[in-house]
Every structure is written in C-alpha cells, then in structure tokens.
Design a protein around this ligand. Structure first.
Ligand code: NZQ
Ligand code: ZN
Length: 392
C-alpha cells in the first residue's frame, strides 16, 4: 500500500425531502447565493420552485444563472464569475448534475482570480481561495458532489480539461434519491457508467497489498450493477436509487483509491471525444473501457482475473486466465449494452478521421512534450490510437 492522505470534508445530507430545507441549511453560511442550474429539467420537475420557496422562507437572498449545458462551457462560467463579483455573492448553490456543479466550481475559483480562469485548467496552478459551493444533486453520476474536481469545455479551443483542488470540495451536498425519478433512461445509463469508471480508474492498479480497497471497489461495482436494471425497470424504486446514489458518491470521494496508484487513462481518452464530438461522458466511457481492458490486460493478468471473477462473476475453474479475462470483458460489454449504452465509436457517430488528432491531444504529444497517460500501463499516443481503433 502506498502512503496516502484522505480528507473528504463535504457534508452529505441524504434522504427524502432534504432539499426542501435548503434555505435553512445555507443560512448560516451565506447572505447572498448564486442559484446555478442547467437547461430546464429542474423547472419541469418543480424542484426550482421548491428551492426558491425555501431560500425565500429562510431569508437567503439570491441571483440566478441557468443554461449550463452537458459538457459545461467556459463562456457561461465566465458570465457567472462577473455576476458573482457584481452582486457580492458569497456562496454558489448548484442544482443539477456534474455539469452544473463543475461550472459552479469554475465560477467559485474564478471570482478570486484576476486573469482568465481557464489558466487553471491549462496550467494546473494552485488556487488560494474559492467561494463555497453547495449542491442539490439531480443525477447520480459524476461524483462531483464529493470531489474537488471540475471539468470544463473551452469551445474556442475544442479542449475539455479537468482541474482539481482541495479548495473546491463542496461545502454541503444534498441528495434526495426521489429527485432521480425524472431522469431519462440514457442519462441513467450515462451516470451508472461514469460511476463505475470512477471505481475502475482506481481499482486497476499495479499496487499490491490493498485488499481493503480492492474489496470496497468490488462491492461498489457489484452494487451499481445489481441496482441499475432495477431503476431502469421502475424509475421510482427509491431503495435501488438510494444504493446507486450513495455508490456514485463513494466511487469518487477518494476513499476507494486510498493507497493505490490510480489509472485515469479511460477518462483522459474520453475527454477528447466529448471535447470534439460533444458526446455524453458516460457514453464515451462505455465505448472505451472494454477496448482499454482488451489492450492492457496482459500487463497485469492477476488484476484482470480478479476483476472477472469477483466483479463480473466469471466462474474460473479449470480454465486459462486469458479465457477468464475475456469472458469478464465480454460480460462488462454486455452489461453496458443491457442498460442501453453504445459500445463502439461508430454508434457515437465517430469515424476514423480525427482519431490520431485525439490520441496526440490526449497525451499532449501535439503540444510539445508528451505525457503518457494511465497508471496500470503507460499509454503513449500510439497506444491511445490503438485503443480508439479497437473501439471502432
Ligand atoms: O440541464 P438539465 O435540463 O438539468 O438536464 C440534464 C442534462 O441534460 C439532465 N438531468 C439532470 N438531472 C435530471 C435531468 N433530467 C431529468 N431529471 C433530472 N433529475 O441530465 C443531463 C446530463 O446532466 P450532466 O450534469 O451533464 O450529467 P453528469 O452528472 O453525468 O455530468 C457530466 C459532466 O461531469 C463531468 C463530465 O466530464 C461531464 O462534463 N465529470 C466531472 C467530474 C468531477 N467534477 O469530479 C468527474 C467525472 O469523471 C466527469 O468527468
Ligand atoms: Zn467520469
């Protein structure tokens, strides 16, 4: 096990009705709030009205900025930064999913930065300060409700970059699984795939003597795969949504990655798809993850046998490790298909023409100095290209 530090201070408020007292929850922390949200799902569901009523009742002033798109754009966050400065906002309330939360975090740090907030995504430079961010989560997926990360798309440059800082950990995250009932099936699938990927990125490692976190990862993955079909069948299955919602947070709050070298190859490769083709993050991951497994398994056969048997339930008796591993990967692909995900790039409408460009971008090869991605196996641009080609 590697040395590690675990600090995950976001206060999680879980359960039925918890969003209805958001005004009281925020009152000790804020005089004026930026209410930040997406393209309208919260208005359709009535959540917007309940949040506004609760803020008013508690006497918490607010200004608002809606319109965050999936793959959130830098330009809107820049608008939010100016609005927060002008209105002396002292807390951002993000009501939505990963895109709204990430946009909120971008605004939160931009308010205290004199230059262009994109600098942080491009250079990774440390921030001194950020506004506190509170969240009402409407889709279990990105885990941004528990992470210090933000991922933003710079449309002008066709780049999607992440940035992380302990200063961006949310102050409070409210999760009522009932809010997930209105999710369209494809967003359910995207969310489930993303949270599984957050576990995979930590699970697949060359670090040994990490039995505890191996087991935590495996339990989180099995819990997600057990409950996803239930919510797809019955959108109002509160108990199944509770399992998935909590799993999504645990998948990305850092716990299951403690003491392990992490990978993040699939996420890096996927961000290129989202940046250029605006595909949903979860859908891109469903396509790339099995292809990545097929490309890298020989570098750690034991890890992949463990995955196939303990996560995918492959019976390993009397067989060659390769057969066990291939069956595990096939079962994962079949699971993704069963929840409605694409499993090839062509299903995402992605042809061959820009694969090499994306491979060179993913490893920064085209920006001067190549930084191979991945932990279990270091991937150079030629490897990334080979994985994109396997995923076609
Ligand atoms: O915009 P609205 O109208 O609200 O609709 C949204 C959006 O179209 C809809 N939706 C959300 N809750 C709903 C709902 N529709 C009906 N009922 C509800 N209850 O779902 C759509 C997708 O929303 P989005 O926020 O984009 O989804 P998600 O949570 O999957 O976030 C994806 C983003 O998070 C980033 C991804 O790259 C992507 O940009 N990630 C952020 C991470 C982080 N900050 O730690 C880590 C992840 O790896 C990921 O990269
Ligand atoms: Zn993700």
């Amino acid at each position: 096990m590697q040395n590690f530090e675990f600090y995950s201070p976001a206060r999680l408020i879980f359960g039925k009705g918890t969003e209805n007292t958001i005004g009281q929850t925020l009152k000790p922390h804020a005089k004026k709030v930026l209410l930040h949200y997406g393209g309208g799902s919260i208005k359709k569901s009535g959540l917007y009205d309940r949040v506004v009523a609760s803020l008013n009742e508690a006497g918490v002033e607010f200004v608002e900025l809606g319109g965050v798109k999936p793959n959130p754009r830098l330009a809107l966050a820049q608008e939010g930064i100016e609005l927060c400065k002008r209105e002396n906002v002292d807390l951002i309330l993000a009501v939505g999913g990963g895109s709204v939360i990430d946009s909120a975090k971008c605004i939160a740090m931009g308010v205290y930065y004199d230059g262009n907030v994109w600098d942080m995504y491009e250079t990774g430079k440390a921030i001194e300060k950020a506004l506190p961010v509170a969240i009402i989560l409407t889709i279990p997926a990105a885990g941004s409700e528990a992470s210090g990360d933000t991922v933003i798309t710079n449309e002008e440059k066709a780049l999607k970059y992440g940035y992380g800082s302990a200063k961006l950990r949310p102050l409070i995250s409210v999760m009522n699984p009932e809010l997930f009932y209105t999710l369209p099936k494809n967003q359910v699938a995207n969310g489930v795939t993303d949270m599984m990927s957050h576990v995979f990125e930590r699970y697949f490692t060359n670090t040994t003597h990490v039995e505890l976190t191996d087991g935590l990862c495996e339990t989180v993955l099995r819990t997600i795969m057990h409950n996803a079909p239930k919510v797809l069948k019955n959108a109002e299955d509160y108990n199944a949504w509770s399992e998935i919602g909590f799993a999504g947070t645990v998948a990305h709050n850092g716990l299951v990655g403690c003491g392990r070298e992490q990978d993040w190859g699939c996420h890096n490769m996927e961000h290129e798809l989202s940046a250029i083709y605006d595909v949903a993050h979860g859908a891109g991951l469903a396509v790339l993850t099995p292809a990545w497994m097929e490309y890298v398994w020989k570098d750690n056969v034991g890890m992949f046998v463990q995955f196939a048997t303990k996560v995918m339930g492959v019976d390993g008796s009397y067989r060659q490790p390769e057969d066990i591993i291939m069956e595990g990967i096939d079962k994962l692909r079949a699971f993704f298909r069963s929840i409605g995900q694409p499993t090839t790039l062509s299903e995402l409408g992605i042809g061959e023409d820009r694969l090499e460009e994306m491979a060179r971008k993913a490893t920064h090869e085209c920006f001067g100095q190549e930084h191979p991605i991945g932990g279990l196996k270091k991937l150079y641009w030629q490897d990334v290209l080979a994985i994109y080609q396997l995923a076609r």
